[in-house]
Ligand binder design. Structure first.
Ligand code: PRT
Ligand code: ZN
Length: 283
């Protein structure tokens, strides 16, 4: 059988988390500086290391079967691929920003102005949909210096911490899109059993990353309330303690409301709460 081909970024922000995700999914492969292709030892797959900008088209054209890149690139390139799974890393926003000391406060005030960006399609669409007649100048990088050079009145660029904007005397006025890394597939490829298997593995890792394993002690008389608060994967596991009238509850709590849940179970009488990371959750 021909191995599945997955393309990931060769170097840059998405490289390390992508390699880590594949390794956490149990895939064994080597990577040496300047590797272009690495075979997996224990899964029928080859990993291609490419520039992120090339990945969507390679997947669309079937040069790779699967690819990982930012949502921002997929949206900008308007490629015809199948989105398979958001991956939770590489989070950023495509944002319109203007000089701190300038007169522009809102997107509407960009009427008649110039916006520099490496994302012309997304920027133009955003402005058009809002009836803002600004002209978009496409540049190949470092949009943040364009206003200072007199090239544009505003920029539309990716922002994560916001420190690049700040250090260039710019401030965000509105977000055009939010983005994160996403696994995409060549159309039709998701029907292959080997893709199902890979997705099952990747999803089990992502699910585990989004949850904590929690063990706590509670008086048996208060158990009902705790069970209501902690639904678990199916329902919590309850085991008796050596001390009469007490039980231990084992469960899984989502990261998204972790501290609220912990406050609630403490309030309901939980003691000795132990929290652990998990490797995988397979449903
Ligand atoms: O060589 P190759 O073409 O593969 O890499 P690249 O240099 O084009 O991409 P890279 O590694 O910078 O980014 C890859 C992907 O990471 C992007 O397509 C986004 O999906 C995602 N990502 C997440 C980001 C950022 N955060 C980010 N902050 N990509 C770029 N930036 C840049 C931004 O353009 C700006 O210059 O970082 C600066 C702003 O960062 P903050 O933290 O100061 O706000
Ligand atoms: Zn790039």
């Amino acid at each position: 059988m021909k191995p599945l081909r997955i393309a990931i970024q060769k170097s840059g922000r998405l490289f390390e988390p992508s390699v880590e995700l594949l390794r956490s999914a149990g895939l064994e492969f080597e990577w040496y500086k300047n590797s272009l292709i690495s075979p997996c030892r224990n899964f029928p797959m080859e990993i291609y290391f490419l520039r992120d900008d090339d990945i969507p088209e390679y997947v669309q054209d079937g040069i790779a079967d699967l690819g990982v890149c930012g949502d921002n690139i997929i949206a900008e390139k308007q490629v015809d691929v199948t989105p398979l799974q958001k991956l939770g890393y590489g989070k950023c926003r495509l944002t319109l920003a203007v000089p701190n000391d300038g007169p522009i406060q809102t997107a509407t005030q960009l009427n008649g102005k110039t916006v520099a960006t490496t994302y012309p399609n997304l920027t133009e669409r955003f402005l058009r949909e809002r009836g803002i007649a600004a002209s978009v100048v496409t540049i190949s990088g470092s949009a943040e210096i364009s206003p200072a050079l007199g090239l544009s009145d505003a920029i539309c660029d990716l922002v994560s911490t916001g420190s690049t904007l700040k250090s260039n005397g710019l401030r965000p006025i509105v977000d055009v899109m939010s983005s994160e890394a996403i696994l995409i597939g060549h159309n039709g490829i998701s029907q292959l059993p080997v893709v199902d298997e890979l997705l099952l593995r990747i999803r089990s890792v992502l699910r585990a990353q989004g949850h904590k394993y929690v063990v706590l002690n509670i008086e048996r008389s208060r158990l009902e309330r705790i069970v209501q608060l902690l639904p678990g994967v199916k329902s919590p596991t309850v085991v008796p303690l050596a001390e009469e009238g007490w039980v231990a509850v084992h469960t899984v709590i989502s990261e998204s409301d972790f501290w609220e849940r912990i406050a609630q179970v403490k309030q309901a009488g939980a003691q000795g709460i132990v929290v652990m990371n998990m490797e995988k959750i397979i449903l």
